[in-house]
Design a protein around this ligand. Structure first.
Ligand code: OAD
Length: 254
């Protein structure tokens, strides 16, 4: 395994990766909260991350919503406001460029902030949903939430069921068609990048290993060591907003 740290005076990548960047057609990327950190979106598991301050079992489970929907809605409205105010960073923008460069490119994300699409990515598989969307707990249809939120009058679907944020909560299954497509793109790729994720939440954490088992070259980008670091073929120890644009410079560089 090769390990590079950043910021680097002389940024370098391996000969193998350089060749793969020029020759690969099938490339799959998995992103996590770290990719949006430089936009100002808090991550979950860093010392000042969301799960250090809030308890997921009180905010991000269906039981929590059932017990106290007002509290859960307040938490999601707070995060919606925050995510509505931020912009994509150079890491998001680089990945949008990658989609134009590789013939068969798939971007699988655990992020619910929509920043990849905002940066111009089109082929995005949102494993954990999208925080700006809602769905009915009964019929599953999407629904609008009023701009002015009234905790005494929670948003409802036209069928009468309660609306909830369209994100995956702990203990819930991932949207089937999304994970199936993400899995297929992972199994078929030649080159796989795991970027800005702590690699502890399943099934996303399995994707880099699946790719590698099928013969893909697997690269990690993260300023911290993760459970994936020891098995990755190449590791860039740095910020995605710094590393991704530098990697882009190697495209077509033979
Ligand atoms: P985590 O908060 O667990 O991990 C974020 C990772 O990003 C850490 O490994 C950081 O070292 C890394 N990181 C921080 N800043 C970075 C930067 N500028 N560039 C690159 N990497 C950086 O977030 P996830 O792995 O995304 O699930 O968490 C997975 C899931 O757990 C989330 O989707 C969420 C959470 O509970 C649900 O809500 C269902």
């Amino acid at each position: 395994m090769r390990l590079y740290s950043s910021p680097m005076k002389e940024f370098a990548i391996s000969e193998r990766l350089r060749n793969l960047l020029c020759r690969s057609t099938r490339v799959t990327v998995l992103t996590g909260a770290g990719v949006s950190a430089e936009s100002g979106v808090p991550t979950f598991r860093s010392p000042d991350g969301l799960w250090a301050k809030f308890k997921p079992e009180e905010l991000a489970t269906f039981d929590a919503f059932h017990r106290n929907p007002q509290l859960v809605w307040e938490w999601y409205n707070y995060r919606r406001r925050l995510m509505g105010e931020v912009l994509p960073n150079p890491g998001h923008r680089a990945l949008a460029e990658w989609e134009k460069y590789f013939v068969d490119f798939a971007l699988v994300t655990q992020n619910v902030d929509g920043l990849h699409r905002q940066a111009g990515s089109v082929q995005v598989y949102e494993l954990h949903g999208n925080i700006q969307k809602n769905k009915c707990v009964d019929c599953g249809k999407p629904g609008e939430v009023p701009d002015v939120f009234d905790p005494e009058n929670l948003p409802c679907c036209e069928c009468g069921g309660m609306l909830r944020p369209d994100v995956v909560w702990f203990g819930e299954l991932l949207p089937e068609s999304v994970i199936e497509k993400a899995w297929a793109k992972t199994e078929a790729c030649e080159l796989f990048f795991s970027i800005g994720t702590s690699s502890v939440v399943q099934p996303a954490a399995s994707l880099p290993l699946v790719a590698q088992r099928q013969g893909a070259y697997m690269v990690e980008i993260n300023p911290e060591e993760t459970p994936l670091s020891g098995v990755a073929d190449e590791v860039f120890r740095g910020l995605s907003g710094d590393i991704l644009p530098r990697i882009t410079e190697y495209f077509n560089d033979e």
